[in-house]
Design a binder for this molecule. Structure first.
Ligand SMILES: Cc1cc2nc3c(=O)[nH]c(=O)nc-3n(C[C@H](O)[C@H](O)[C@H](O)COP(=O)(O)OP(=O)(O)OC[C@H]3O[C@@H](n4cnc5c(N)ncnc54)[C@H](O)[C@@H]3O)c2cc1C
Length: 475
């Protein structure tokens, strides 16, 4: 019930997909629900609004045979995930899509592959830069707001949750202290659901866990995920997991000042076919582990915006043209500078690095490929996912590059019911979390990506359901 003292059955923090799904599910079945959203505008920025709109699990069909989906997850994560969360994801993802459709969200199949089978309608425009208005995530959030308010629930804009209220005797979460543009507000709640979208835009948390130089990462996101959930829940001793990884891509370095160079196109395909070097000209990671992994390794460098992707004519003409919005020609068309030279020495000079180091890096790399022993290179180069190509001219190329952070994949530890866990492993009563502020499913040592939208929708569904059954039990 809601009364004059601002009591609600369920208070949700964050009106992205995870929060709006949870709120709709709880409200549809009779709970009084209030969603707090820090953004003030009608189209408040969030990652859901900026997203590509593709619902998948580990880049394949979320509704495939469960064993196939599980093996895809294993491949993406190298087996390093919470199995309870994985089972909950696989079991509930198809229901999450059906539920979104019940709320009026429209999907199309944007391709024959499983990756694009569940794509938001209308789909995003494949052009360099950010184009979200009137498409995919933007339309989905408008639809979810309509269905929410149709059942009497509220979405309050311009309200930032700041602190959890806890019952000192029971240890249960009983509400949220928030700040509206007009002053502080108190929200009493039967249950609180945290869904603030992660901590990628909080430079202190990023410095603590991800990169020594947060300001040298391109924010490839809406900059609305500022770590509120992590901070609020950590202050009541919630357990944090997998904080060191993020989902992101390699971007052209000009993306810092050229808006046509983010979030697309990305440099992953050329980087995984060629090599990536630091500012001195040395390789520093296994490019064969993929663009998300390279972005994570890049973030750990002293200067993540000092790197170059190095390749040759053959890579530029082949891998360079692969993907939905290929680097060749879109990066150059969008104004990204491409360095070209007819020798390694001349390329190095143009990259402002010592020619001997780059020469040695490329020669060693080519030799290890020629000996069919890329794994003996230093660092070793795996070839099971991406073919490694030698860099042999006649024309040599380089892109000045950097890491773009899309969303953090670690965060609050939850169980399969989306209940937030205490450091001691017990459930924190009345507190749930879903979406990109939770950890345990993606990320890990290999920076595995399992799909932010499916995770948000599925655990939003679970959190809404769980909060409702909690309410019925405690009533
Ligand atoms: C460019 C881009 C492309 C992407 N493409 C895809 C894709 O095709 N497929 C896919 O699976 N994933 C994709 N993703 C990832 C996906 O968008 C996210 O993982 C997902 O939308 C996260 O949903 P969320 O609800 O957890 O967070 P968000 O959508 O970020 O929503 C969180 C909300 O919480 C609000 N908030 C934050 N702090 C507070 C506070 N203290 N008080 C009140 N409100 C607060 C924020 O303002 C925000 O509105 C993409 C992301 C980006 C940026």
């Amino acid at each position: 019930m809601k009364d004059s003292e601002n009591h609600w059955d369920v208070v949700v923090v964050g009106a992205g997909l995870a929060g709006m799904m949870a709120a709709n599910c709880a409200a549809r079945d009779g709970a009084t629900v209030c969603v707090l959203e820090q953004g003030e505008g009608e189209h408040y920025p969030c990652n859901t609004r900026y997203s590509g709109g593709l619902f998948h699990i580990a880049l394949d069909d979320l509704a495939g045979e469960p064993e196939v989906v599980l093996s895809n997850l294993h491949r993406a994560m190298h087996g390093e995930f919470d199995t309870d969360l994985a089972e909950a994801l696989i079991e509930n993802a198809p229901a999450a899509i059906r539920t979104l459709k019940d709320f009026g969200v429209r999907f199309i199949s944007a391709g024959y592959d499983g990756f694009r089978r569940h794509s938001l309608a209308p789909p995003i425009v494949r052009r360099p830069g950010l184009h979200w208005r009137g498409r995919a995530g933007d339309v989905m959030l408008e639809t979810l707001e309509r269905s929410l308010t149709n059942v009497g629930a509220q979405l309050r804009r311009g309200v930032t949750a700041e602190q959890l209220m806890m019952n000192a005797e029971t240890g249960r979460c009983v509400g949220v202290q928030a700040r509206h543009i007009n002053g502080p507000e108190t929200y009493h709640a039967g249950s609180v659901i945290l869904a603030d979208g992660g901590f990628q835009a909080d430079s202190q948390l990023v410095a603590d866990y991800i990169s020594p130089a947060p300001h040298r990462l391109v924010q490839r996101n809406a900059e609305s995920g500022r770590g509120s959930s992590v901070r609020m829940a950590a202050s009541v001793s919630a357990r944090l997991v997998g904080m060191e990884s993020f989902y992101g891509h390699l971007l052209h370095r000009d993306a810092f000042h050229n808006e046509r160079l983010w979030p697309y196109p990305v440099l992953d395909a050329v980087a995984t076919a060629g090599i990536v070097v630091d500012g001195a000209g040395s390789r520093y990671c296994d490019e064969g582990k993929g663009g998300v992994y390279i972005a994570n390794q890049t973030a750990r460098l002293r200067d993540p915006a000092s790197i170059f992707v190095v390749f040759d004519e053959a890579i530029w003409s082949n891998a360079g043209r692969s993907g939905l919005l290929p680097a060749n020609p879109y990066v150059v068309d969008a104004g990204g500078s491409l360095i070209r030279a007819d020798s390694i020495g001349s390329l190095a000079t143009k990259m402002a690095m010592h020619p001997d180091i780059l020469h040695r890096t490329i020669t060693n790399y080519n030799e290890s490929l020629a000996a069919f022993e890329p794994s003996i290179g230093s660092p070793s180069r795996s070839t099971d996912r991406y073919r490694a190509e030698p860099i042999k001219g006649p024309t040599y190329y380089a892109f000045p590059a950097c890491a773009g952070i899309t969303y953090t994949t670690g965060g609050l530890a939850i169980n399969a019911y989306a209940q937030v866990l205490h450091e001691n492993g017990a459930v924190i009563g009345g507190l749930y979390a879903c979406g990109a502020c939770t950890g345990g499913l993606e990320g890990g040592r290999w920076a595995g990506y399992t799909g932010g939208l499916t995770k948000a929708a599925t655990f939003g569904l679970i959190a809404g359901r769980s909060a409702l059954s909690d309410l019925r039990t405690t009533a």
